[in-house]
Structures are given as structure tokens and as C-alpha cells.
Design a protein around this ligand. Structure first.
Ligand code: ADP
Ligand code: ADP
Length: 232
């Protein structure tokens, strides 16, 4: 579903070039939950942003669902991005919009009618367990509930891939567990390919099938969670 070939990303900065990814090769199969773990600054966020071209690689290729993302024009990219949902550490919700409106937002942007939107949003509210919160504002929600809104919004355009960038790092351990279970359920129910970025080993152990360890822009190790985290 996702394939990286020799992906490079070097940022320009006033202090000179910053090489963030140095030749990443990676393959993520359809339906898999794939974890990427590494220390702060290792390149995790850059790597995940190269999947939906929030960052454009400076070298190599990124193929998602058969499409070379690095070769798409801006308008083709807008279409391809509908296949890729993303959730964030700080949820990135619109604070002046209700739960319903936040989830509806990407659908509204793509020109869907109010009726079509309602037909999509109501089942999503149910899926993430927020049926009774549709009219509330983000400030009235707990962290876990905010991330549920983030998940529902990410799923609104029926993506094939869900990117999770430190999605539980702002949550307490119990809420983290519940959100990871929800992600696992959705992965199973919707046959969704999930990429999880984290600096926490426990997150990987709890839900990932496979894992890559990234260090200073290089994949240091990859394999099943058992292979990578079992001491020899
Ligand atoms: P992680 O997500 O693992 O913390 P990042 O992908 O955010 O790592 O960062 C990798 C490296 O790239 C770091 O050295 C970081 O300082 C650098 N970097 C990230 N974004 C930028 C940017 N926009 N401009 C310059 N350097 C950046
Ligand atoms: P209708 O009158 O066509 O039945 P409404 O707009 O009255 O539809 O909304 C009915 C349901 O739709 C509500 O229970 C809620 O789930 C959802 N809904 C629609 N718009 C909103 C909104 N802005 N905020 C919260 N919920 C909404």
C-alpha cells in the first residue's frame, strides 16, 4: 500500500542544509498497522509527512496505493490526499466549530451536500462513540474525546490510509489505551492501513504488526514487533 524507495529529505535552514531523511526504504502492506519509533529529531514526523506530501521529498519515490506521490501535480495531489487521513498529537480541531462541524469540515470542503454530509457524519459519530456530543465544542471535551473527533474527521473522506502522528502523546495512559483500541477496531472493520508514529515503545507493542526504528534519518532496524523487540 505504501512504498518508500531511497527517500531523502533535506531541509534548507539559515544555518545550512538539515538532512532529515537519508535514503529510506520501507514497505507497508495493505491492512497493516505499521509503527515508526525513534527519538525526538530522528525524522519520524518528516517521514510520515512524506506519505501525503505535506513535505515533498528531495529525492527518491513514495508510492501510495500504486500512485507515485512525488510525481503528482497539485490538483492530482488534492485528489490523492482524500485517500490518506491524518490525526495529530494536539488534535488540530477548529475551536469555534462543533464536533459535528469539525467532522463535516473535509466533506464541506469537497462540496458535499448537507444531506450527504449528514449521512456520513452520523455513522462516524457512532463509530467513535460521540453520538451525544455532536453539538458540543472542543473546549467542552476531554483529550480522548477530542482525539475521537480527530479520528472521525480523518475517516470522513473514506481514506485507505490513516497516519497517526504522536496521536496519543498528549493523553494519559488509560485514555491512550482506549484510543489505541479504537484505532485497532477501525483498522479491522475498515481494512484500513495505519501508520503510527511514536516515541513510546508501549504504543508499538499494543497495536502494531510491524515496526521500523528510525535514527538520525536512517532506518536502523525493521520487522515484526516480536523480531525487533525481543532480546536475543
Ligand atoms: P521527529 O518527528 O522524529 O522528532 P522530525 O522529522 O520532526 O523528527 O525532524 C527531523 C530533523 O529535521 C530534525 O533535525 C529537525 O530539526 C529537522 N527539521 C524538521 N522540520 C524542519 C524544517 N521545517 N526546517 C528545518 N529543519 C527541520
Ligand atoms: P433535520 O432537521 O434534517 O432532521 P437537523 O439539522 O435538525 O436535521 O439535525 C438532526 C441531526 O443532525 C442532529 O441530531 C445531529 O446529529 C445532526 N446535526 C446536523 N447539523 C449539526 C450541527 N451543526 N451540530 C450538531 N449536530 C448536527
Amino acid at each position: 500500500m505504501i512504498k518508500f524507495s531511497k527517500v531523502e529529505k533535506t531541509y534548507a535552514s539559515p544555518a545550512g542544509p538539515v538532512p532529515a531523511l537519508k535514503g529510506i526504504d520501507l514497505e507497508i502492506a495493505k491492512g497493516e498497522i505499521f509503527g515508526i519509533i525513534g527519538l525526538s529529531g530522528a525524522g519520524k514526523s518528516t517521514l510520515v509527512r512524506c506519505i501525503n506530501m505535506l513535505e515533498r521529498p528531495t529525492g527518491g519515490k513514495v508510492i501510495v496505493d500504486g500512485q507515485d506521490m512525488t510525481a503528482l501535480s497539485d490538483s492530482e495531489l488534492r485528489a490523492a490526499r482524500k485517500d490518506i487521513g491524518m490525526i495529530f498529537q494536539h488534535f488540530n480541531l477548529l475551536s469555534s466549530a462543533t464536533v459535528y462541524e469539525n467532522i463535516a469540515f473535509p466533506l464541506k470542503l469537497s462540496g458535499k451536500s448537507d444531506r450527504e454530509i449528514k449521512e456520513k457524519v452520523e455513522p462516524l459519530l457512532k463509530l467513535v462513540g460521540l453520538e451525544t456530543k455532536a453539538g458540543q465544542y472542543p473546549s467542552q471535551l476531554s483529550g480522548g474525546q477530542k482525539q475521537r473527533v480527530g479520528i472521525a474527521r480523518a475517516l470522513a473522506s473514506e481514506p485507505k490510509v490513516l497516519l497517526c502522528d504522536e496521536a496519543t502523546s498528549a493523553l494519559d495512559p488509560q485514555t491512550t489505551k482506549a484510543i489505541l483500541e479504537l484505532i485497532r477496531d477501525i483498522n479491522k472493520k475498515l481494512q484500513l492501513t495505519v501508520v503510527v508514529i511514536t516515541h513510546e515503545m508501549q504504543v508499538i507493542k499494543d497495536i502494531c504488526d510491524k515496526v521500523a526504528v528510525i535514527d538520525k534519518g536512517v532506518i536502523a532496524e525493521q520487522g515484526t514487533v516480536l523480531e525487533v523487540f525481543t532480546n536475543p
